[in-house]
Design a protein around this ligand. Sequence first.
Ligand code: FAD
Length: 258
Amino acid sequence: MPGSEAELAGLLPALSDPVVLGGCTNLLLSDFMADYPKFVSLRQMHSILSDPPYFRAQAGALLSELIRAALPFSAAPAPLSGIPGTVGGALNGNAGAFGAAIGDFVKSVTCMDSSGKSLSIPASECGFAYRESIFRTNRNLIIVSAEFEFPPSAGGEERAKEILALRRKNRLYEQPSLGSFFKNPGNDFAGRLIESAGLKGFRIGDAAVSTRHANIIVNLGNATASDIAEVAQTCKETVLKLYNITLEPEVITYGFDI
Ligand SMILES: Cc1cc2nc3c(=O)[nH]c(=O)nc-3n(C[C@H](O)[C@H](O)[C@H](O)COP(=O)(O)OP(=O)(O)OC[C@H]3O[C@@H](n4cnc5c(N)ncnc54)[C@H](O)[C@@H]3O)c2cc1C
């Protein structure tokens, strides 16, 4: 858990294949990885500098804290309210909801390569798309911080309250989960396909397809990572067999090939 960019730069050359942890809200690590010696967490690098409409956040800051800092000046990030995890994790997967995504507000991302060399990447070169970025495809790039611009507008805090109320009303996240497991394919919805394949409630061990939304796999108590992976694999195979559509995980997995 490096506390500064200098400490991170000193650490990286010794780690050939580190796994970067953000808030771990979107990561499925194999049960056998508990002893993996090369986890890097940036949670101690969590400062947020505010100079509206510009904001600079370190990767370990919570996304919710960045949004809270911006809302008095801008309603634009309100749709992202309620997405758990860190700024680094959000940038990695271009997290989004209700028609907005974090990449919409990025000016540049500062990251480090595996040798500890720092580089600044303008938003136009970050490859932001639906749950995609160059950081997702290139696991050697570690996001250190990013600069954001939130266009000035009023009513941000009220809009965020409405979004949070909507998320609570949907009651999708009352049981532990990793959020949506699969990306929506093309113009379809992963949840619709899994549900129409008859898999709502399908269970292995303590992992089950949520009865509220079929694209969420919930932990009913003591699910192992393997239980969750097996449920996901069954969803993927069944949808492929019935509809000839290949579901791609939104969740990042290590030690599984889903
Ligand atoms: C209840 C619930 C609701 C959710 N709702 C939404 C939603 O509405 N919209 C949405 O888009 N997502 C949603 N998610 C998924 C998840 O919250 C987001 O993807 C989030 O942005 C992940 O952030 P994290 O810090 O937890 O990342 P992690 O899970 O820790 O990591 C995710 C990936 O990012 C990488 N990573 C993390 N930090 C860095 C870094 N500094 N540099 C490089 N790579 C890094 C990791 O190695 C991993 O590959 C939800 C999840 C849950 C559990």
